[in-house]
Design a protein around this ligand. Structure first.
Ligand code: HXC
Length: 260
């Protein structure tokens, strides 16, 4: 099915990076139901596409996304949010097995900030702004803002952002650990694609294991996480790619991955 609110293509010199551009410019990429359905459909397709090794999600230079669609939410009542599973398909972003990089320019507010936080790596343009302004419209974060932010940046900054709606800059987001690198705004997408290309050079099988195990750190206790990590590490020894990687090192050549 064609998508109307997102653009997608394959990027990188080997066309092995899936590039998704949120494209609802008039509403600053407000994340309405249709946009999120199209996003999860496209993520699903890219996750299944063997030629793609990593995915980049971006918006425009003005806005990554200015949040969930406020106008769409006005008529909602509790029973239909509950029974209708409001925001249920947002979780797709966290279920993708391939690494997902957010390339954030401009506003990443409310659900937009939460969407970026669901990604595995965030690169930001120097004019990017992150915020959880839901308090200003009589609601609270609903797609992980209070939880993911608290785990990444701790209580004080999370409270400040969630209780005041104050936005933070790209540099503040980097200092707080939300963002791994900041670039000039016009370079962030290319840098994210380059990062995706580097990730896509690795064994897709081992990459998926690495992603899964890092994500466990956000879901469980340290001792359980360490056990999962150790078992996952052991399980790399059940793969051909582990043997190939170590053999290639000793033979001073580039490994040839088979995802087996
Ligand atoms: C619907 C939105 C929108 C949103 C912007 N627009 N954000 N429409 N939902 N979240 C629309 C505006 O209505 C306007 O359309 C157009 O985009 C341009 O926005 P302006 O406000 O004119 O632009 P500007 O003055 O530059 O201000 C930019 C802004 C502001 C600071 C980003 O738009 C803003 O505060 N937006 C709302 C941010 C927010 O509260 N986000 C959290 C949403 S709640 P028209 O047609 O009027 O020109 C949320 C809940 C998450 O995310 C829960 C889980 C998902």
């Amino acid at each position: 099915r064609p998508t109307e609110m997102i653009l997608s293509e394959k990027a990188g010199s080997k066309q092995n990076v899936g590039l998704i551009k949120l494209n609802r410019p008039k509403a600053l990429n407000a994340l309405c139901d249709q946009l999120m359905k199209e996003l999860s459909q496209t993520l699903d397709e890219m996750d299944k596409d063997e030629k793609i090794g990593a995915i980049v999600i971006t918006g425009s230079e003005r806005a990554f996304a200015a949040g969930a669609d406020i106008k769409e939410m006005i008529p909602l009542e509790y029973p239909n949010t509950f029974l209708g599973g409001f925001l249920e398909h947002w979780t797709k972003v966290t279920e993708v097995r391939k690494p997902v990089v957010a390339a954030v320019n401009g506003f990443a507010l409310g659900g937009g900030c939460e969407l970026a936080l669901m990604c595995d790596i965030i690169y930001a343009g120097d004019k990017a702004q992150f915020g959880q302004p839901e308090i200003n419209i009589g609601t609270i974060p609903g797609a992980g803002g209070s939880q993911r932010l608290a785990r990444v940046v701790g209580k004080s900054l999370t409270m400040e952002m969630v209780l005041t709606g104050n936005r933070i800059t790209a540099q503040e987001a980097k200092d707080a650990g939300i963002v791994s690198k900041v670039f000039p705004a016009d370079q962030v997408v290319n840098e994210a694609i380059k990062l995706g290309e580097k990730i896509a050079e690795q064994s897709p099988l081992i990459t998926a294991m690495a992603k899964e195990v890092v994500n466990r750190a956000y879901e469980t206790t340290l001792s359980e996480g360490l056990k999962v990590e150790r078992r996952m590490f052991h399980s790399t020894f059940a793969t051909k790619d582990r043997k190939e990687g170590m053999t290639a090192f000793s033979e001073k050549r580039t490994p040839k991955w088979s995802s087996k």
